[in-house]
Design a protein around this ligand. Structure first.
Ligand SMILES: *Cc1c(COP(=O)(O)O)cnc(C)c1O
Length: 357
């Protein structure tokens, strides 16, 4: 079946009008993959992964970016700007080029994963690395875009949230209902805000009659929504959620409280273990931040939270190829080096006893 992208497919649910350009890289329609292996370690009825790494630039950011860039073009803007830990800039750069406009990104110097940086540069964005963190970059971008004819495309742009809520619609379409829990990583908190908005809209339209509980997970070293206090120097291996003062703070707390869910912290070790588990057991390669959702579910399972009858969807926000450095660091020592000899390799693999004619 032809998939036109989120603006066309979900037009009835989005703030579009005849003047909105039909911008698309055919984002959305990402797979909802049933867990076959990890679920066996858990006291759950079923576990699914919404693999957002399958979007055109490799993260869920494309859903909101297509909407934000289309609206910027509709408003006559020729330049967009964002602060980014990486994926927002990759997505903004790609959609700006698709729309034929310019893109400027502000990134925290040295703290952005290689895959993401290469995307922004290849798509021709102007990339400015600042000696500061994401929160500082966002403050500058907010100020510039409020005084100059440049469109802000961070997730405080309400069109980002509008586009991102379409992931909730897809989950409901595919499951013919809602999961009991939706688990997701939380950084700037736009995504948890967007999913909750999406589910509530379907509820208000009577397309579903129950709502999922939203369970969000932050990294221990940058978990302001868990402690209630902004973090001045956030740190975590999961750079996409290395955010000390989430822009959608209220949206996240609201999603948590209205749904009866929670926002908790997971350690970097737990995040990386979940990342290895997804790749090693299910065949799903995600970037570290994305594994926070599964890390959180594993932690809650360990604490005896589940009863065995629940259905959980873990959102896997971005692709593993985004951050090859952290992946390789974890497994470089598994490369086995041998000379180019068939005999040596057979011996090394202990295959000699298994030869057939
Ligand atoms: C942006 C991002 C997040 C965090 O999403 P927020 O909307 O900022 O909470 C998580 N994972 C990945 C891969 C991201 O790119």
């Amino acid at each position: 079946m032809y998939w036109p992208g989120v603006i066309s497919h979900f037009a009835d649910y989005l703030p579009v009008n005849p003047r909105t350009p039909e911008l698309t890289l055919q984002e959305g329609s990402t797979p909802l993959i049933r867990s076959q292996h990890i679920v066996k370690h858990l006291k759950l009825k079923s576990l699914f992964f919404k693999f957002e790494g399958m979007n055109p630039t490799g993260s869920f950011k494309d859903r909101g970016m297509v909407m934000a860039v289309a609206k910027a073009v509709e408003e006559g803007k020729k330049v967009i700007m964002c602060a980014s830990t990486g994926n927002t800039s990759a997505s903004a750069a790609a959609y700006a080029r698709r729309a034929g406009i310019q893109c400027i990104v502000l990134i925290p110097q040295g703290k952005i994963a290689l895959g993401k940086l290469s995307q922004a540069l290849m798509h021709g964005a102007r990339v400015i690395a600042i000696q500061g963190n994401f929160d500082e970059a966002l403050t500058i971008v907010r100020s510039i875009t409020s005084h100059y004819p440049v469109a802000l495309v961070n997730s405080i742009n309400p069109f980002r949230i509008e586009g991102q809520k379409t992931a909730a619609f897809e989950i409901v379409d595919w499951m013919k209902g809602v999961p009991d829990y939706l688990a997701l990583p939380v950084g700037n908190a736009g995504n948890i805000t967007a999913y909750w908005k999406g589910f509530k809209e379907l509820f208000n339209r009577k397309e579903i009659n129950v709502l999922p509980k939203m369970i969000g997970f932050q990294a221990q070293g940058s978990c302001p929504l868990v402690t209630g206090i902004p973090v001045e120097k956030p740190h975590t291996v999961a750079t996409a959620i290395r955010i000390g003062n989430p822009a959608s703070w209220k949206g996240a707390i609201n999603a948590r409280d209205e749904s009866g869910g929670s926002i908790e912290a997971v350690t970097d070790e737990e995040i990386l273990a979940a990342q290895r588990m997804l790749a090693g057991e299910e065949g799903l390669f995600v970037e570290p931040a994305s594994a926070a959702s599964l890390a959180g579910v594993l932690k809650k399972n360990q604490a005896g939270f589940f009863q065995g009858k629940e259905t959980v969807v873990c959102v896997l926000t971005g692709h593993g190829l985004k951050d090859p450095d952290i992946a390789i660091e974890q497994c470089r020592d598994r490369i086995e080096e041998l000379e180019a000899s068939e005999e040596k390799i057979i011996e090394h693999l202990e295959l000699s006893g298994e030869k057939h004619d």
